[in-house]
Design a protein around this ligand. Structure first.
Ligand SMILES: CC(C)(COP(=O)(O)OP(=O)(O)OC[C@H]1O[C@@H](n2cnc3c(N)ncnc32)[C@H](O)[C@@H]1OP(=O)(O)O)[C@@H](O)C(=O)NCCC(=O)NCCS
Length: 227
């Protein structure tokens, strides 16, 4: 009986230690989830019941193992995480602070993906490659980007800071910062808060350098009129 109580005590202490460590290391992620999901009623609901947070915890462990060249163990942890959460994050991916995956089921994040700070993904998002090429073949996602449910962001492309990828969009080209992208293939419908005419040539709309040139041209025109 005494042994049984001792075992229970040890299990309890280990459990409390684990929870304290998770709170210490993932406080800002739990707060981010609370802020970005109106359904999250309190801190402990996110801590115990959100698969997006659990997948991130497993990812941080897998990523550490990956960086220590323990690739088999790293993949083992990430596959276990996939089994329990339905979210597959390759241990080699790089993920910033305050990352949150809402609902989560069916999210896949490829090996060479880079994700900035404050990014939000919904269920069914794929950050994937487009072929069998080696090297950097997955997207780079800027800070504060939101990727809607079911969206696919494919290839070694860059999604600019503060952009919003609409639900079910398929994005295969770079997206400038502060843009909203919808559809298949993804087209920009809003930039810097302004609606973009969908009849425009999107090859150029998607090119941030062309956009800067156009803005400069407009500015020069305005200045010339003032003369
Ligand atoms: C893209 C999104 C952010 C809308 O942004 P918005 O700036 O408010 O855009 P609007 O509603 O003004 O729509 C702009 C145009 O894009 C279209 N559109 C909006 N979302 C779209 C989508 N996901 N796919 C295709 N077209 C879409 C609109 O019909 C509209 O077309 P129109 O100009 O021809 O009328 C939003 O629709 C979206 O997809 N959010 C994802 C939310 C999500 O995944 N939630 C999961 C919760 S579990």
């Amino acid at each position: 009986m005494e042994l049984f109580i001792k075992i229970l005590l040890v299990v309890f202490i280990l459990f409390v230690t684990k929870i304290v460590l998770i709170i210490l290391f993932f406080y800002s992620e739990i707060r981010a989830a609370q802020k970005r999901d109106p359904a999250a009623k309190n801190f402990f609901e996110v801590l115990f019941l959100y698969p997006g947070l659990h997948a991130l915890i497993y990812y941080r462990i897998a990523n550490l193992l990956h960086r220590m060249s323990m690739t088999f163990s790293a993949r083992f942890v990430s596959q276990f995480a996939r089994f329990v959460t339905g979210i597959e994050i390759h241990p080699g991916a790089k993920i910033g602070k305050r990352f949150f995956i809402d609902h989560g089921l069916g999210v896949v994040i490829g090996e060479t993906t880079i994700i900035g700070d404050g990014v939000l993904l919904y269920q069914g998002v794929t950050l994937g490659g487009t072929g069998l090429q080696q090297g950097k073949r997955h997207p780079t996602i800027g800070n504060n980007v939101v990727v809607g449910a079911g969206a696919k962001v494919l290839g070694n492309i860059v999604i600019g800071d503060n952009s919003y990828i609409g639900a079910n969009a398929v994005v295969i080209k770079d997206v400038p910062p502060n843009s909203t992208v919808v559809g298949v293939p993804g087209r920009i419908t809003k930039q810097d808060g302004k609606k973009i005419d969908v009849s425009l040539d999107h090859i150029h709309v998607l090119d941030p350098i062309m956009q800067s040139v156009e803005e400069l041209e407009k500015r020069i025109e305005e200045l010339e009129k003032r003369k």
